[in-house]
Unconditional design. Sequence first.
Length: 438
Amino acid sequence: MTLKDTLREAGIVGAGGAGFPSYMKLAEGADTLLINAVECEPLLYTDYILLRERMPHILRGAAAVMKEYHIPRAMVCMKQHTVEALGLEDGAELAAHVTLKQLPNVYPMGDEISMIYEATGRVVRPGALPITAGVIVFNAETACNIAYAAKNGTPVTDKWLTIGGAVEKPLVVCCPVGTTVRELFAFYGITVPEEHVVLDGGPSMGKIIPWQTAVVRKNTKALLILPKNIPAVVSKMTGIKAAINRCGSNCCQCTRCTDMCPRNLLGYPLEPHRMVRSVTTVAEVSPEMVKAATLCCGCGICELAACCQGISPKMIIDEFKKILAKNKLRYVAEEDVTPSPDRAYRVLPSDRWASLLGVSAYDKRGERDNRVISPEAVTIYLSQHIGAPSLPLVKEGDTVTKGQPVAAAAEGLSVPQHASIDGQVTLVDHEKIIIERV
């Protein structure tokens, strides 16, 4: 079995982003492997703990990829503050042909395209995959999962994540995939105060979840408890209708959103100030007009750092992305692009970004909590990844063991799902499988 087959069978997906199936990143032609341990957003310390406690596993995962695809070098990418906290140095040799690459404390350095440029000096052509620039990128936790799978086929059943925000002490924990957030919080003594919300993900790109019913998924990087009145949360609670109205009446076309856009600074033809001139009805009729929206990384700088009028170009662009996805359209450049000479002067320092989000007071380094939860039940969603949902292999009443496949990969881009606890299947539908401990 090839490593690509092994990763697919193990159900490995990106551990901190949209859940892109990892096996699809593997391809011939790469000369550089990057391990993304940048911890892009404030309040996240999952990668920091993994680097501190699971570095050998990260390096073994990298070595497995390098060996199978004949990749001569790899870099473990970290921000400067992480390098200093771990007592390491830029350029340090971590293993054979694997070095540490220190990146500046700026946001959104964890964005794959920005990180590739900062680490290698290469610009991925707009709309293309990193492999076209000779690079493969995996998250630090994903590299750990690759190591486990490459050694003995161990599938993804557990998830590392940060519990932070308005808590007494931020924690980094490991729990079974599918654990309910409510049970997880109760186990670690975490309460959600009145007038607070819970985000799945970072304060910039994370989404507000109904924490009483939500569960931990394969791509859950953090669970953050934050007050409703800080900018990071207020922006997420603004409806699309209000956002569209503000664009039409408030935008002064100052172009700051474009001037500060990380993708535009890399030479990408993404101009948020032009996007807000359009309206979704026009995009519905002529989606080709807004195709560049697919180049947006969703960082939110245009919304919370650039705009002085309370406009959210990001929210408008997100709507355009939905329209483009429905029409199966995306922007793909025919020629290479060149970064702006002003890029170095327009990047956003991480501490400044945390202040703009209103989360600086909560940015305390998370520490590992070694207590391990044994949930009473888990909910395994069939779609925890980009691509086609998995197909159930079990029925109600079946007894399953941890690591057993409970859903198969569908045709095309897809991965299987596995039981994360021993138990009995109590529900199977088109969306999820519930397993209760017996």
